[in-house]
Design a protein around this ligand. Structure first.
Ligand code: SF4
Length: 375
């Protein structure tokens, strides 16, 4: 499988917790950005190759008009061989998306919508500096369904400032009541250079303690299971057959191309990242200069460790025999002591030739992953 990622760097307002490559008040750059993006796609050396998924993320892709989004998708289908059953996702902001935009996008070929809900509590949304209300979410879901979308993801964040376990459960219940096919449930991460981070450092932001955060994670598992969702990745839950194919490409360490500022590509063992700022991205394209900010070639044991780190996020885990065949290296022999120690710790389990995180290990993924990099 191979995927394509398109990064749209615009937002209506910068949220207090966000460290994504996204910018508010850059309307003047939208047109030049679109020109540059089309130019980058047209110049791809991988023209004509087959791809199985496309994902428009950001930023806020729906900041662009339906026509602009459809135009990019149409260009991708001309430039590459997009599988007839490809999963084609667009992230949508419930505060700005319109019914007409969704209708146009569905007609253009988008078949999956990922809606940034984050919370159903007006106070929480305000603290996060989101531009939408809980009613906007309900409205967006209704518009998406009437436009023909049969594959919807709702994104929620837990462990928000001042959030209680009960409040989190109420948020999740409201999300489940909308019957999305997929739920992404991430804990808030305090990233440097965000307003939340600075407030926290000054003692002006109260977050739920670790014990409550773990309880929130377990309540997410319990409530989603009760509603018929399958947890297939640490933070992702889907109804049978609706796992996000695009993200599975990342977690399986399979190839993908990224277009747009800060987009990452991974192909033929090389990983590269585009220049970050939209203005510089536009300038470089116009000047015919390379877009790469940095690149690295991943070979041998580095690739194996990365594949283990990413693959262990999936609840089915990683088949080590398959990994040995893929990289031509004696993975089981090399990591025998590490695996043994992690099994004794209770964080992973080994069955036949596969390893996967245990229920406790789901909380310790970073520690498990770093054990494979230390070898
Ligand atoms: S809408 Fe999303 S990408 Fe934009 S600032 Fe908020 S969290 Fe960041």
């Amino acid at each position: 499988m191979q995927g394509i990622y398109i990064h749209i760097p615009f937002c209506h307002r910068k949220c207090g917790y966000c460290d994504f490559n996204s910018y508010a008040r850059m309307d003047a750059l939208v047109e030049p950005f679109l020109e540059a993006l089309h130019c980058e796609i047209a110049q791809s050396p991988y023209s004509g190759e087959r791809f199985d998924t496309i994902f428009f993320g950001g930023g806020t892709p729906t900041y662009l008009s339906g026509d602009a989004l459809a135009g990019i998708l149409e260009h991708l289908t001309r430039q590459f061989k997009i599988a007839s059953d490809a999963e084609i996702t667009c992230e949508a902001n419930p505060g700005s998306v319109t019914r007409e935009q969704l209708q146009l996008m569905h007609r253009a070929g988008f078949n999956r919508l990922s809606i940034g809900v984050q919370s159903f509590d007006p106070d929480e949304l305000q603290r996060m500096e989101r531009i939408h209300s809980p009613d906007d979410v309900t409205q967006s879901v209704a518009w998406a369904r009437s436009a023909g979308f049969t594959n919807l993801n709702l994104d929620l964040i837990f462990a928000l400032p001042q959030q209680t376990l009960e409040r989190w459960e109420a948020n999740l219940q409201q999300a489940i009541a909308l019957k999305p096919e997929h739920l992404s449930l991430y804990a808030l991460m305090l990233e440097p250079n965000t307003r939340f981070y600075h407030l926290y450092r000054k003692g002006k932001l109260t977050l739920p303690d670790d014990e409550i955060q773990v309880a929130m994670f377990y309540s997410a598992q319990r409530l989603t299971a009760k509603a018929g969702y399958i947890q297939y990745e640490i933070s992702n839950y889907a109804q049978q057959g609706y796992e996000c194919q695009h993200n599975l490409i990342y977690w399986r360490n399979e190839p993908y191309l990224g277009f747009g500022p800060s987009a990452v590509s991974y192909k033929d063992g090389k990983r590269w990242t585009n220049i970050k700022h939209p203005r510089e991205y536009i300038r470089r394209i116009a000047a015919g200069e390379p877009l790469e900010l940095e690149w690295e070639r991943l070979t041998g044991w580095d690739s194996v460790a990365e594949t283990l780190m990413l693959g262990l996020r999936i609840l089915n885990g990683v088949d080590l025999a398959t990994l040995e065949a893929r990289f031509g290296l004696p993975v089981r022999e090399h990591y025998a002591d590490t695996i043994d120690a992690l099994v004794r710790q209770g964080w992973i389990e080994l069955k036949d030739s596969s390893i996967r995180l245990t229920q406790e290990g789901l909380l310790w993924h970073s520690e498990v992953a770093s054990a494979f990099f230390e070898e």
